[in-house]
Design a protein around this ligand. Structure first.
Ligand SMILES: [Zn+2]
Length: 266
């Protein structure tokens, strides 16, 4: 019978419809978004990826993996060091002196150990004279680790510790300190630097201990720079200095104040 002859090929139709639907999803995925900070090939900077659910046939909108990286960049931007990532890279870290080579090589070993998640020390410490490339090397490390999926939190000690101490005993304090304690990567810039150049107060020591001790117990990657040498930090507070010394083992650089070339690695 004619009717039967012209019976539509359901299988073929279904497959064509599926293809069409897939094309729709594909078109949606090809659309270019306007997110900044990181150029994502997966979502084309929309921050989302569309997929069709095989069972319900709905188009689902999934958060792209780049969002995590972007949020780090956004936070870095907020902290005002986003612009530093271009300026302070490993490739342009100046190596004309032996101590600079030591800094760079130590940073590279640290980055490798964090990317490959080896059991090496989770902390990186560089202390001493300003102008010796501390900001450069720490920013370069943070930048590299962000590229490898770490969610970094920048903590400029002098400014932020003052703000945090001012909200002590409030729920905001717990929230704010909690972020610093739990960040997957924390960069503490200029630990114990005070507004007036005075020694850290008991409030400073209490705050630093709370954060560093949490990260010590949980073995969380932490980059620490300070104008103090590690021995000076130990003099200020044995518990804090001792924890840094233990967990930065192999990644400790002290640059002497009086003579930059007189560096030592412990
Ligand atoms: Zn993406």
């Amino acid at each position: 019978m004619d009717v039967l002859k012209h019976k539509p090929d359901l299988k073929k139709l279904t497959s064509e419809m599926n293809k069409k639907r897939l094309d729709e999803v594909e078109i949606m995925n090809q659309m270019v978004g306007s997110l900044t900070g990181y150029d994502c090939k997966i979502c084309r900077n929309k921050g989302v990826v569309y997929v069709r659910d095989n069972v319900t046939d709905e188009v689902l909108c999934k958060k792209c993996s780049c969002i995590k990286k972007r949020s780090t960049y956004w936070r870095m931007q907020k902290s005002g060091i986003e612009s530093l990532f271009d300026r302070y890279q490993l490739v342009n870290f100046k190596v004309t002196e032996e101590y600079q080579r030591l800094i760079k090589n130590t940073a590279i070993s640290y980055i490798d150990s964090k990317i490959h998640k080896t059991a090496d020390s989770p902390f990186f410490f560089i202390g001493g004279q300003s102008g010796s490339g501390k900001t450069h090397i720490c920013t370069a490390i943070a930048g590299q680790l962000i590229l490898h999926g770490y969610q970094a939190r920048y903590f400029l000690w002098r400014d932020e510790s003052t703000e945090i101490k001012a909200i002590a005993n409030t729920p905001d304090y717990t929230k704010r300190v909690g972020e610093l304690k739990k960040a997957s990567l924390l960069y503490i810039d200029d630990l114990f630097k005070t507004q007036s150049g005075k020694l850290p107060t008991s409030g400073d020591i209490h705050l630093a201990f709370e954060i560093i001790n949490y990260r010590y117990i949980n073995y969380l990657p932490t980059i620490i720079s300070s104008e103090m040498l590690l021995t000076q930090i130990i003099e200020v507070d044995q518990a804090i200095g001792g924890r840094i010394k233990e967990l930065a083992n192999g990644f400790i650089i002290n640059i002497s104040r009086d003579n930059r070339k007189n560096y030592r690695l412990k």
